[in-house]
Design a protein. Structure first.
Length: 86
């Protein structure tokens, strides 16, 4: 996968994962925040998979699931630190 395609696919996966995490965690965020949360969530989710010597390969579905789980963890941590109830 070339650099350009990898960059754009990360943005698409990040937006989708951030949006899904926003809905799951019952938050109200904008598109840019969803992108940031989704991309950071992808790093968190990928890191967790690496702990178990697993990876998602080229599966978009698994990338979105992994990034969404990571984004939910991120939103939970931010909520715990800031005192948000949900």
């Amino acid at each position: 996968m070339g650099l350009g395609l990898g960059f754009f696919s990360s943005i698409i996966v990040g937006i989708i994962a951030g949006w899904l995490a926003e809905k799951i965690m019952k938050r109200d965020q904008g598109l840019f925040t969803n992108l940031i949360v989704g991309v950071i969530g992808g790093v968190i989710g990928g890191g967790l998979l690496a702990l178990f010597n697993k990876n998602v390969g080229d599966s978009w579905f698994l990338m979105i699931i992994t990034a969404t789980v990571g984004a939910c963890i991120l939103l939970w941590i931010v909520g715990a630190v800031t005192g948000r109830k949900k």
